[in-house]
Design a protein around this ligand. Structure first.
Ligand SMILES: [Zn+2]
Length: 213
């Protein structure tokens, strides 16, 4: 009987391919054929050496891959700018709050404000000014409070600005006293901006959490 089909089967068995002859028949032949047994041993050795051979050298692409990466991940610069703007807004509000408190204090302490009014009205005005200062400072310290202060700050500003303009026109108030109210406008603008930014950030966070269906 020819050894050729069995040697093809031995080779196929080493490669994990279909033998082409029944496995039992191949084993029976190997048991009785020393030549094929030797051939199978040699073939197994060659196959093993081939599989253990060193991998072909591949170029080291580490430097090229690192060089191709963007210097910064997208969004990092934008996030840094956003943090910077948030900090600047809070510092601005801190300055407005301190200035507002500075205006309130003399009126509260001595009743000597830059306006002629009964003493209690001056005290009351000082208390209002201090309340405004506290609101500004609270939002500067905890920006999440911004939206909650808007109804008060917005209403106060919306009524104070037109009556101040009317009083200026009628000569009921000195310009230097009216200029003080610019502090209120600046504080309101800062608080509104902080509230708007916080709302936008929260809505983005919610839309990220939403799981696609
Ligand atoms: Zn044989």
């Amino acid at each position: 009987m020819s050894c050729l089909p069995f040697r093809e089967a031995i080779s196929a068995r080493l490669d994990g391919e279909p033998l082409g002859v029944p496995a039992a028949e191949l084993d029976r032949h190997l048991a009785g054929c020393a030549s094929c047994t030797d051939w199978a041993a040699d073939a197994a050795l060659v196959t093993r050496r081939t599989r253990l051979a060193a991998a072909p050298p591949v170029p080291d692409l580490t430097a090229a891959v690192l060089a191709a990466l963007p210097r910064e991940l997208p969004g990092v610069a934008a996030a840094a700018r956003s943090r910077l703007l948030g900090t600047a807004l809070r510092l601005g509000l801190l300055a407005v709050g301190v200035a507002q408190a500075g205006l309130a204090w003399p009126a509260l302490a001595s009743g000597q404000a830059a306006m002629s009014a009964p003493l209690h009205v001056t005290h009351e005005t000082g208390a209002w000014s201090l309340g405004l200062a506290a609101a500004f400072l609270a939002v500067a310290a905890a920006p999440r409070l911004a939206a909650g202060t808007l109804p008060f700050l917005g209403t106060f500003t919306a009524f104070l600005v037109p009556v101040t303009l009317a009083d200026l026109g009628a000569g009921h108030v000195h310009a230097d006293r009216a200029v003080v109210h610019l502090l209120l406008l600046a504080g309101l603008a800062l608080v509104a901006t902080i509230a708007w930014r916080g709302r936008r950030r929260r809505s983005r966070a919610v839309s990220r959490q939403r799981v696609p269906a």
